[in-house]
Design a protein around this ligand. Structure first.
Ligand code: HEM
Length: 124
């Protein structure tokens, strides 16, 4: 395994841990009244974004090393995931200080994270 492939694995692990933490912290509020946004969510979402961007950034070099193992990423896929996470980040930073998180906002954030998850798994 090359150094760059290790870097990719490390950031993929960070990315997936962030996604799991996001889902866990959001679902923790499922039955809460009032719902609040955990103060870690904006940081975790930002870290997931950073890890994703690092993987996107090193991809061309990995592709040059082994084009079969590391096919080029679909730009629309990257763009769509990026846009969805930016919306999550905006909603998270806008709501993190509020004493009550509206059900519609909570559902929107859960829906957007789920959408990115599904795109990650079923569209590349
Ligand atoms: C809440 C938002 C996100 C979720 C739920 C999510 C979910 C995932 C999951 C589950 C994987 C593993 C899929 C696999 O390896 O087959 C993955 C990989 C990846 N994600 Fe994300 N992601 C999110 C945001 C982003 C963003 C914003 C970017 C970059 C702009 C990004 C870039 C990547 C890349 C480059 C990979 C590795 C793909 C590969 O090597 O084949 N992700 N993501």
């Amino acid at each position: 395994m090359t150094t760059l492939a290790w870097v990719h694995s490390a950031f993929l692990l960070i990315h997936i841990l962030c996604v799991l933490a996001l889902v866990g912290l959001l679902l923790q509020q499922l039955k809460k009244s009032p719902r609040v946004l955990h103060s870690g969510i904006p940081h975790i979402a930002a870290t997931a974004l950073l890890a994703g961007l690092v993987m996107v950034g090193i991809r061309p070099a990995l592709h040059t090393q082994d084009a079969n193992k590391w096919p080029d990423l679909n730009n629309s896929w990257v763009g769509a995931k990026f846009l969805v996470l930016i919306i999550v980040l905006v909603l998270a930073y806008k709501n993190v200080k509020k004493t009550e998180l509206k059900k519609s906002t909570w559902l929107t954030i859960v829906g957007l994270v789920t959408l990115n998850f599904l795109m990650a798994l079923f569209w590349k």
